[in-house]
Design a protein around this ligand. Structure first.
Ligand SMILES: [Zn+2]
Ligand SMILES: [Zn+2]
Length: 220
């Protein structure tokens, strides 16, 4: 589904999948290809929008929980795209890939990064994303923020009326609150989380941050 001129949204398709986002521009980027179980369905959805997976250049992730990166390697094999992730993902690879995956019942999940994103930036011809480190749900969580279009892709840091869990290895409630506090200062029209619904419109996004701070923070 097309969200903006250069951004597409593919809602999660079931358990242990996640919302996937695709930037279609001079460079085509898939953010969080999700679960390997649903990869063939995702590919069908991409074709419906006129996106040939072979034209994807970069596979990247908001963080390395298996519901977000399980299909990294599978997508790479059918597309010849490069897996280019954040340097924090390298630093915490063992904690999230190995330990969190085990915690969630995944054994032997792994992938190899081809390279790493430089300078906290990901740019295509029409979109510049700042990469905002946002620990708490997991230590390597990063958010993709496009200032000119007011788009935030926060992974599992914040959802519609909820936050990500903090009970997985490396999770930290105080850090998550701090990350959300900082994100709430940004101008956002499109809040595009890793699970469940997206939130659109500056007022609704603002109310969502307020709701989370008021009703969810106390439970963390
Ligand atoms: Zn997660
Ligand atoms: Zn997730």
């Amino acid at each position: 589904m097309k969200l903006t001129d250069n951004l597409y949204f593919y809602p999660e398709k079931g358990m242990l999948d996640c919302n996937t986002y695709v930037i279609k521009d001079d460079l085509n980027v898939i953010i969080d290809p999700g679960s390997l179980q649903f990869l063939s369905q995702l590919i069908k959805d991409l074709f419906k929008d006129g996106i040939d997976p072979k034209d994807i250049n970069i596979i990247t992730n908001t963080h390395l929980h298996p519901d977000h990166c399980w299909a990294n390697e599978g997508f790479k094999n059918i597309s010849r795209a490069k897996i280019i992730i954040h340097p924090l993902h390298k630093k915490f690879y063992d904690m999230t890939i190995t330990e969190a995956s085990k915690f969630l019942g995944f054994e032997g999940l792994e992938f190899e990064a081809d390279s790493y994103l430089d300078n906290n930036k990901l740019s295509t011809a029409h979109m510049d994303f700042e990469l905002v480190p946002s620990p708490g749900h997991s230590p390597e969580s990063i958010c993709f923020y496009c200032r000119s279009e007011k788009i935030l892709i926060p992974g599992d840091v914040i959802f519609a009326q909820n936050t990500g869990r903090v009970d997985l290895p490396g999770g930290n409630a105080e850090e998550l609150k701090q990350s959300i506090e900082e994100l709430s200062q940004l101008e956002i029209e499109y809040l595009l989380p890793g699970h469940m619904d997206i939130v659109t419109g500056a007022e609704d996004v603002k109310s969502n941050f307020e709701f989370v701070k008021k009703h969810v923070f106390a439970w963390l």
